[in-house]
Design a protein around this ligand. Structure first.
Ligand SMILES: O=C(O)C(=O)C[C@]1(C(=O)O)C=C[C@@H](O)C=C1
Length: 321
């Protein structure tokens, strides 16, 4: 059976398959599902601010000598296991933890086709900070000052059985598991921008020559921006978030009571707001993907051979070497 276009394998697919813009966009589209589902998973826990405060978990400071946050420690632990399985040698995977803190892979390296130049781009710190400061507080805001009947873990909430929930439910383990998953999906999605820009560069390299030579990042940005693609993405994403984020049991019950589909958004408890997901993409995911695309392209000419450069200047397009 032919492999599906949106699950190609970076180690076995051909360069042409990997750099086909349609295939890349199919991967980005599939990652929308992953990101929406992972955000829903994280949104079932409270914000739990101490998870993100360096030094806030005394057991980590005293027992492990770890001065950074609980979530960064959890990322290091997970990413260490993944390093042993050589995840970070894949061209589309980037750890949040400094490589110097991660162990060496157990298995020998996989041979990936040489599609991206050796770029050294990693925007994971920016992803982590935006996630911590904007995404988590937004998707967990419903926990703030809502009446609840129980609380567990070591949260700062009181232990009375009927209380006002704080933004801390003490579920630091479960919430960190979800954090690691959301962060990993966001990171992969955003860094995939480099495959997008490599593909765009190879299909019309001459257009990029002057803007890159002038180090004109605005002009490069204009070349890689596709407003129609972004608009379609946001419409599709809103629909996914609307459908995946509703409680179907409640929606079905309402429909059976004759409320029709229009009642489903208004009257049912939502797992996540579609507007919030769209805003995350609009203000963060797409803009940062574009930053990655532009940063990657600004150094692209330094990695061309004289023959490749001459061919582009002569209008003969990109030649593979
Ligand atoms: O699909 C592309 O062409 C991309 O560059 C990716 C992306 C995105 O982040 O989704 C970014 C810039 C374009 O304006 C459109 C979409």
């Amino acid at each position: 059976m032919a492999p599906s276009t949106n699950t190609f394998n970076l180690a076995t697919a051909s360069a042409q398959q990997i750099l086909s813009l349609a295939n890349i966009r199919a991967v980005l589209q599939r990652l929308e599902d992953t990101i929406v589902f992972q955000l829903i998973e994280r949104a079932q826990f409270a914000q739990n601010a101490p998870m993100y405060q360096p030094g806030a978990i005394k057991e980590l400071v005293e027992g492990e000598g770890w001065q950074a946050s609980w979530v960064e420690w959890f990322l290091k632990e997970v990413e260490s296991a993944h390093a042993r399985c050589r995840r970070w040698s894949a061209p589309d995977e980037f750890p949040f933890t400094d490589m110097s803190l991660l162990p060496k892979p157990v298995l020998p390296p996989v041979k990936y086709p040489n599609l991206l130049y050796d770029h050294g781009i990693n925007v994971n710190r920016r992803i982590y900070e935006y996630y911590r400061d904007h995404i988590v507080p937004t998707i967990t805001a419903k926990f703030n000052a809502q009446p609840t009947t129980s609380s567990s873990g070591t949260s700062s909430s009181s232990s009375s059985s009927s209380q006002t929930a704080t933004a801390d439910d003490g579920q630091y383990g479960s919430a960190a598991v979800r954090d690691a998953e959301v962060l990993s999906a966001l990171s992969r999605r955003i860094h995939f921008g480099m495959f997008v820009s490599e593909s765009k560069f190879r299909s019309e390299p001459q257009a990029f020559l002057e803007p890159i030579r002038q180090r004109d990042s605005e002009a490069v940005l204009a070349l890689i921006t596709k407003p129609a693609v972004e608009a379609a993405l946001l419409v599709r994403l809103r629909e996914k978030a609307r459908v995946y984020g509703q409680d179907l049991d409640q929606a079905v019950a309402l429909m059976q009571q004759g409320h029709g589909r229009e009642g489903e958004d208004k009257d049912t408890q939502r797992k996540i707001e579609a507007d919030e997901v769209v805003k995350i993409y609009e203000t963060f995911v797409i803009p940062l993907t574009k930053v990655v695309e532009v940063d990657y392209l600004l150094k692209r000419l330094e990695h061309l051979s004289p023959t490749q450069l001459e061919a582009i200047e002569a209008g003969k397009g990109y030649i593979e070497e």
